[in-house]
Design a protein around this ligand. Structure first.
Ligand SMILES: *Cc1c(COP(=O)(O)O)cnc(C)c1O
Length: 416
């Protein structure tokens, strides 16, 4: 766990491309090597004991809790989010689940956004069965969040730019509310990424990223991360188990997530995937600038097209949370959703497009397209879809690196 709450001396990408060598690499390797060893041995048994008892800093014992390669990626994510430490997981969902399951207990209340990733919404059902109450509200309105807080509320969970509808929570006001009520504010920053927005700036205690998406960005490896921003007071959090209530309280939260969520539940990232994700992270800023510019140009073009009923994109003036997006985000990201006037044309339109690949998934280098109601929100059912504002004609786009002119020409022929 490296600490990088200190003010950085360099800009975003300068910092990230030089991050690997900070902790020193063998033989002067310019990239962090892929460490495949599962076991880590010590000359003196006292050192091995020190690793177990947490007094031997920077030591490894068994790869289920980390390797030098995953630790380098953790340090990189920590730098990007300006946190005090991070833990990486095999997928974004492993990170989401570990956060809920290690920090909430039966009888607790989780207050969450109703605009969340479909699988996260599915986890809410699992939590309810385990005796954790879950309420979902429209987080674009802080009054709704405030009204839903109960005496047993422990955590407030939101996503920075919701998929597929691009709703944006009242990020700052919810941060203030959480601070006043002593609630843990957890922000899933997957779509925006720490390049466009850092949740630490609005008071988040924990930040989750699916590394599969913006940060990895090449569509070739799965991963997830949880970052502790250092803002939450773990000393007052009732659910920390006795073995982790030792030493500086600032470390208690991540310690519990690592021991329970990684060591016990086992969703560890492989060193190979960590290496791929770390390489992808180096081009995060370049990819986000490019895909955000393309997405905005396409959103503006679609919005004036007579066959289109609605376009959902944060940097359009018509977006309901446009002011929040302008205030907090460097750009609007690669995520765009729109609705055809004639919902019945939705599937035929997708088939007429030549460039976008008909596939689920987000933030690849290629543009991906999917009709939402028939696929990723099919299992959720009509009631959940209606509650989230997902109509039968909604189409989601994840913009890739193609030139805007080529995409525009393809959309023009498919809409003609
Ligand atoms: C994709 C996604 C996840 C899950 O990430 P995986 O790496 O696919 O498991 C979680 N949250 C959001 C917002 C996502 O888009």
């Amino acid at each position: 766990m490296s600490s990088s709450n200190d003010q950085p001396t360099h800009q975003f990408t300068t910092q990230i491309v030089h991050a690997d060598r900070l902790a020193g690499t063998e033989y002067g390797a310019v990239h962090q090597p892929i460490h495949t060893s599962v076991q880590y041995g010590y000359e003196k048994v006292e050192d091995l004991i020190g690793v177990f008892q947490g007094t031997y800093k920077g030591g490894f014992n068994y790869a289920r809790q980390g390797t030098p390669t995953t630790a380098a990626l953790e340090a990189k994510v920590t730098q990007m989010e300006r946190g005090q430490g991070s833990i990486v997981f095999s997928t974004g969902m492993a990170a989401v689940c570990a956060t809920f399951l290690t920090l909430l207990k039966a009888g607790d209340h989780l207050l969450a956004s109703k605009f969340v990733f479909g699988n996260t919404n599915s986890v809410f059902g699992t939590l309810a069965d385990l005796g954790i109450e879950v309420t979902t509200v429209d987080v674009t309105d802080v009054a709704q969040v405030a009204a839903a807080v109960r005496p047993n509320t422990r955590m407030v969970f939101v996503e920075t730019i919701a998929n597929p509808g691009t709703q944006i929570p009242d990020l700052e006001a919810i941060g203030t509310l959480c601070k006043e009520r002593g609630l843990l504010y957890v922000v899933d920053n997957t779509v925006a990424s720490p390049y466009l927005f850092r949740p630490v700036t609005v008071g988040a205690g924990l930040v989750i990223n699916s590394l599969t998406k913006s940060i990895g960005g090449l569509g070739d490896a799965l991963g997830g991360a949880v970052t502790d921003t250092g803002l939450f007071d773990w000393g007052n959090y009732p659910n920390i188990f006795a073995p982790y209530r030792k030493g500086d309280a600032r470390g208690w939260g991540l310690q519990q997530i690592r021991k329970k969520g990684l060591r016990d539940m086992g969703g560890m990232l492989s060193s190979h995937a960590a290496h791929q994700l770390a390489l992808g992270a180096e081009t995060l800023a370049i990819r986000m600038d490019r895909t955000s510019a393309t997405a905005l140009a396409l959103a503006q073009w679609l919005e004036q097209h007579p066959a289109i009923a609605r376009v959902h994109y944060p940097m359009l003036e018509s977006h309901p949370q446009h002011a929040i997006a302008r205030k907090h985000f460097k750009a609007g990201s690669w995520l765009l959703a729109f609705e055809l006037r004639d919902a019945e044309q939705c599937l035929a339109f997708c088939n007429r497009l030549q460039l976008p690949i008909k596939a689920t998934g987000l933030a690849d280098t290629r543009t991906l397209i999917i009709p939402v109601a028939h696929t990723i929100f099919w299992e959720a059912g009509p009631a959940v879809r209606a509650n989230m504002g997902i109509g039968d004609g909604m189409i989601r786009l994840s913009l890739g690196l193609e030139e805007f002119e080529d995409l525009q020409a393809d959309f023009a022929q498919a809409l003609a």
